[in-house]
Design a binder for this molecule. Sequence first.
Ligand SMILES: Cc1cc2nc3c(=O)[nH]c(=O)nc-3n(C[C@H](O)[C@H](O)[C@H](O)COP(=O)(O)OP(=O)(O)OC[C@H]3O[C@@H](n4cnc5c(N)ncnc54)[C@H](O)[C@@H]3O)c2cc1C
Length: 316
Amino acid sequence: MTKKYDVFIIGAGVAGLYTSIIIKKGTPMQVPSEPITVGVAEANRIGGLTKYAFIQITKKWAFSGSNLIRTLYGEAVQAGVDFFENSNVTKIVRQDNNFKIITNDEIYVAKYVIVATGILTFPNILDTPEKTNIGLHTPEEMVKEITKEFGWKKVLVVGNESTSINNLATRINNSNQFDKVDSYLINKNVNINSDYFGLDENLTSNYDGILFDYNSYKLNNGSTAFLNNLNILQENGYVEANAFGETRVPGLFAVGSVTMPISGVPEAIYSGQVTGLYVGHLLEKTTIADYSGRFPFLPREENWKYSFQHKLEKDK
Ligand SMILES: Cc1cc2nc3c(=O)[nH]c(=O)nc-3n(C[C@H](O)[C@H](O)[C@H](O)COP(=O)(O)OP(=O)(O)OC[C@H]3O[C@@H](n4cnc5c(N)ncnc54)[C@H](O)[C@@H]3O)c2cc1C
C-alpha cells in the first residue's frame, strides 16, 4: 500500500535528520492531535558521511560525528519521524498537488519533498576502510595514512572528475611509497544499486585498495542522478535552491551538501533549520519566526527586509 506523508525527506545524513526534527518539533500545530507526518528514506543506513567523520569545527574543537548522529536520530525517532533504511529513491514525479517518491521497493506520496542526499550515494564505502577509503585530506597526509594504517602498495584512485583524480594520483605517486598508482574515471552519478560503486571486479582485483577522491565529488555531485527529470540541477549536479531551500519546482526543497559544494556539518544543520521552519510554516501558517524570539536562531532585527520573517509575512 502506498504510504502518505505531509513531508518526505530523501537522505538521513545530518541535514535530513536535523530537518525532520525541526519540522516535527518546531511547528506548533493548532490541532495537536493531527501532527505533521514526516517520512525519511535512506539508501544505506542512518547517518550519511557524518557518521564516519570526526567533525573539526576549529583547530581546537572537534567532536565525534557518530555521537552527533546518534543524538539526532534518537530525537527524530522520539518526535515520531518514520525512517526507511536501505530504501534508495530512484525517481520523484510531480502528480496533481503531490509528489510520488519511488524507491527500490516502495512508493510514497507527499505534499512536500526535501532532498538531503549529500554528494555521494555510497558513504558506506567507509565501512571497510582497509579496502575502500576517501581521499579527503591533502595527498601527502593520505600517503601517510594509507601506508601506515592499511599497508596498501597498489592503489586505484577513482572519482567522477578527471583532472581531480589525475592530480591526486600523481601527487600520491610522487611520494615513491607505492608499487602502482592508477586513476580511473567512473560515471558522474553512480547508482547505489550498481555493483561495487560502478567498478568492475576485474579492475579492482589488481589493487590492494581503492581511494575515492572526495574533491572530484565536490566538483561533480554524485548523488543526484535520480533528479534528472526535474530540471532542478546545476551543470555540476548540485541542486539549485534559494536561501530557503526552495527549488524551481514548487513544493520541492533541498538541504545540506547536495546544494553546496563548499559545505560541512554546520551548514547542513543551518540549512535544515531554515528549510524545516519554512516548510513547517507552509503546513501550518501560524508558525512564524517572531520578535519574541520563539526561534532565536532567526533574524530579529528591526529592519528585516531580507529576513525569514519578511518572507513569511509575504506568504500569509
Ligand atoms: C571522513 C570525513 C570527514 C569530514 N570531516 C568534516 C569536518 O571535520 N567538519 C565538517 O563540517 N564536515 C566534515 N565532513 C563533511 C560532512 O560529513 C558533510 O558535509 C555532511 O555529512 C553533509 O551532510 P548531508 O546530510 O548534507 O549529506 P550526507 O551526510 O552525505 O548524507 C546524505 C545521505 O543521503 C543518502 N542518499 C544519497 N542518495 C540517496 C537516494 N537516492 N535515496 C536515499 N538516500 C540517499 C546517503 O546514503 C547519505 O546517507 C567530513 C566528511 C568525511 C567523509
